[in-house]
Design a protein. Structure first.
Length: 756
């Protein structure tokens, strides 16, 4: 029979090194031998070093029945071992041709792989290892943090195995590694805190660590032992992913030699079906350990893996408690369903505690509410647009915003964000400032693999290489991201309720406006039928009388009197028509709303009314007035109407005194289910009125007195109300007969939302 070895001789290059087929090397380490047996117990594979441990040669073994070489009793014992899942945790102790071995067995596709190692002469006592593990569990209960536990495991593993250095190696999200815990000989330089690039342990190596949780290299200077098989298939190979004796990648061996390492033991740490890290044991000379010690060391790794959730939760408990209290506080706020509630929300310190952020912004209905360290409003709008393009779910977080929006690299206050869409174009964003950090790498991470005239090999230098990391914040913890998501959901519901309330208020206001408009139309129809026709009838009557008589027979004084009465009636008609025109034109001025200084309005009004104020000997006192949102010329008309009204209805018993007071800073005032921020009150000492007429005096053409006693069309205060409605405000009146009147006007907080 023709035989061949299956050694993998593919050349590794810079292009394929991350795909090196390390699971099918076609060779093993020499501290044991290997056989591959088919389902019908034919020996199909055998290593060339079987002759070192038995009196057999691989050429005499391959192709033979197993029981023909080793006997039926040995075959039966192996069969029983394979089917006993509990027993197979430990290597099989077996005698082959008069010599004792410890055999590890696993299945590779359709082949049973038998790996035999000689029994250790100084067998470790299981009872001693058992006591060590019991002591470890006792000590483990006293650790509080994950770092304390990992340090304990490193110490315990070193005591059990006797390696010179034991490290707990932790991966980050990109599989760069960090020495998280370490214990070593006193004369060795510590590696604690050093970082290693992801290329040091490539993808295919990490996949093998997931499949086979224990990896042993006994001597870095070993000569790989080839595996032979019958030459029946050119592509024939043997997958050794689960092998104990599997030969290691030459690049990895050289890497360890460059570090001065003579032997290693590596134990996988798996968490949530992901390679979390490794227990890496280094010895600076050749070293092998018994299967019992290997199993005890493997248990150390399982201890860490089983405790990761608990220990990380313990480490994060204080943060979790802080975020939970913040979430409870924020969701328990008693907020009104209005846009001003967002100022209350962002001003609450718990908004930052919720996810340990440096700033927060809420973009609702086109307005941005923010507090803490945040970008400009223009930048916030840009971030919202760019992130909305990235995420379809409306949820996004990063600790390096500059990777997505490069121009943000110049803003050290904003390096990381948590973004949540709140429906439509609304959103909330939490921000974290830049955290500049210094990472110590074990050698330049950009030169992990080197190519020179001798070929491809790992780096020789492991000198500390410092890297300054900029444009990124601290990583958002899962519990912080979850807290932000929980509150964003609650805030989304709040936004929906506000929008529904605004719509409801909008329809209610429209209904009120429609009712008032109908009332106005009725009044205008009435005034057209009555007040406008009355002077017309007088004019017609006077003209008819003049025309019915001989003009020469009428005394000149009678003609003059008649013409004066015609002129008065025409003037009254003209004044009434002008008032109606003013009133109906107010509603078309909404687009002119802007910020107005009421102090300037007051001064301009007093200048224009100077003569009438002087004639009435009135005293007008006013304090500092606020800046509000309104229409400049309408507010001037408003102030003029209010002052003229006070002068018109002044008491004859005393000189008129008008006092104008106002709010000195924005404060919320709730009237008629609406929120206002500024108020101004005009108080006089005139004739006053009964409070039961407080609402009716603002209706068009409403008069409390006869026109003979007080002139006017009854449009003045109705016009004032119309002006305040146009500006999104309100007007109220209080009166006491013979004491005076107080009229208060209220201005909205935001001209973009006059409904509030």
């Amino acid at each position: 029979m023709k035989l061949k070895d299956i050694v993998n001789r593919d050349i590794v290059t810079l292009q394929n090194c991350e795909h090196e087929p390390i699971h099918v090397p076609g060779s093993i380490q020499p501290h044991g031998f290997l056989m591959g047996v088919t389902q019908n117990w034919k020996i199909d594979y055998c290593t060339d070093n079987i002759s070192m441990y038995t009196d057999l040669v691989y050429t005499e073994v391959i192709g033979k029945d197993f029981n023909e070489i080793f006997g039926a009793a040995v075959q039966e014992k192996i069969t029983n071992y394979i089917t006993d899942k509990v027993q197979s945790v430990f290597p099989l102790e077996i005698e082959l041709l008069g010599k004792k071995f410890q055999m590890n067995i696993h299945k590779s596709n359709d082949i049973y792989v038998l790996e035999a190692e000689p029994n250790f002469s100084n067998r470790d006592h299981l009872s001693e290892l058992y006591l060590q593990n019991i002591q470890f569990i006792t000590d483990m209960k006293n650790t509080k943090s994950l770092h304390e536990l990992c340090t304990l495991v490193a110490k315990g593993t070193r005591e059990i195995t006797g390696y010179d250095r034991v490290m707990v190696y932790r991966f980050d999200a990109d599989y760069n590694g960090e020495i998280f815990a370490e214990t070593c000989r006193e004369d060795l330089e510590p590696f604690l805190g050093l970082h290693y690039p992801h290329t040091d342990i490539p993808v295919q190596a990490r996949e093998l660590y997931m499949k086979n949780q224990l990896r042993l290299i006994v001597d870095m200077d070993y000569e790989p032992v080839p595996i032979f098989t019958s030459d029946t298939n050119e592509e024939k190979s043997l997958d050794l992913s689960l092998s104990i004796l599997r030969s290691t990648s030459p690049i990895h061996v050289q890497y360890l030699k460059n570090m001065g390492v003579g032997a290693t033991l590596t134990i996988s740490l798996i968490h949530h079906n992901r390679l979390w890290g490794l227990i890496a044991c280094h010895h600076y000379s050749a070293k092998n350990i018994s299967p019992e010690i290997r199993l005890a060391a493997k248990l150390q790794g399982q201890f860490i893996s089983s405790q990761l959730d608990v220990r990380q939760a313990t480490d994060e408990y204080q943060i979790a408690q802080k975020t939970a209290l913040a979430l409870e506080h924020l969701t328990g706020l008693n907020l009104a369903f209005d846009l001003m509630s967002f100022e209350t929300i962002v001003a609450d310190k718990e908004m930052l505690n919720l996810c340990n952020a440096g700033g927060v912004s809420i973009n609702v209905a086109g307005k941005i509410y923010k507090s803490g360290l945040t970008p400009t409003e223009e930048q916030i709008r840009n971030i919202t647009v760019e992130i909305a393009k990235i995420t379809k779910e409306g949820i996004f977080s990063t600790n390096k915003l500059a990777d997505y929006i490069p121009e943000m690299s110049h803003n050290s206050d904003v390096a990381g964000i948590i973004y949540h869409a709140l429906g439509s174009d609304n959103s909330i964003i939490w921000y974290r400032p830049e955290t500049i950090s210094e990472i110590h790498w074990a050698g330049d991470p950009e030169k992990a693999i080197v190519k020179d005239k001798k070929g491809l090999h790992p780096r020789n230098s492991f000198n500390i290489w410092k890297q300054i990391v900029e444009n990124q914040s601290n990583i958002w913890l899962p519990l912080e991201i979850n807290s932000a998501a929980s509150y964003a959901h609650a805030l989304h519901n709040h936004v929906i309720m506000i929008m529904l309330t605004i719509e409801e208020e909008k329809y209610r206001s429209q209904s009120e406006v429609l009712k008032e408009t109908n009332d106005e139309l009725e009044n205008i129809n009435w005034i057209s039928a009555h007040d406008l026709q009355e002077p017309l009838r007088k004019i017609q009557l006077i003209i008819s009388k003049l025309l019915s008589e001989e003009i020469d027979a009428i005394p000149p004084e009678s003609i003059a009197d008649a013409l004066e009465r015609v002129s008065n009636s025409a003037n009254r008609m003209q004044a009434l028509l002008q008032d109606i025109l003013k009133y109906t034109r107010v509603k078309y001025a909404k687009d002119a709303i802007q910020q107005v200084d009421l102090n300037e309005i007051m001064k301009a009004t007093l200048d224009e009314m100077g003569e009438s104020i002087h004639e009435s000997n009135a005293v007008i006192e006013f304090e500092n007035l606020p800046e509000v949102y309104g229409v400049n010329f309408l507010l001037k008309q408003l102030f003029s109407n209010l002052l003229q009204n006070s002068l018109k209805y002044a008491s004859t018993d005393r000189l008129p005194v008008i006092k104008v007071t106002a709010s000195q800073k924005p404060e919320k005032y709730l009237h008629s289910n609406k929120i206002y921020c500024h108020w101004v009150t005009f108080t006089d000492n005139g004739i006053g009125f009964e409070q039961e007429y407080a609402k009716s005096i603002f209706k068009i053409f409403t008069r409390l007195h006869t026109k003979e006693k007080y002139s006017g069309s009854g449009v003045g205060l109705a016009l004032c109300k119309k002006i305040m409605q146009t500006c999104g405000g309100n007007i109220t009146a209080e009166g006491k007969p013979d004491e005076g009147t107080a009229i208060t006007i209220y201005f909205p907080c935001d001209h973009l939302n006059p409904l509030l």
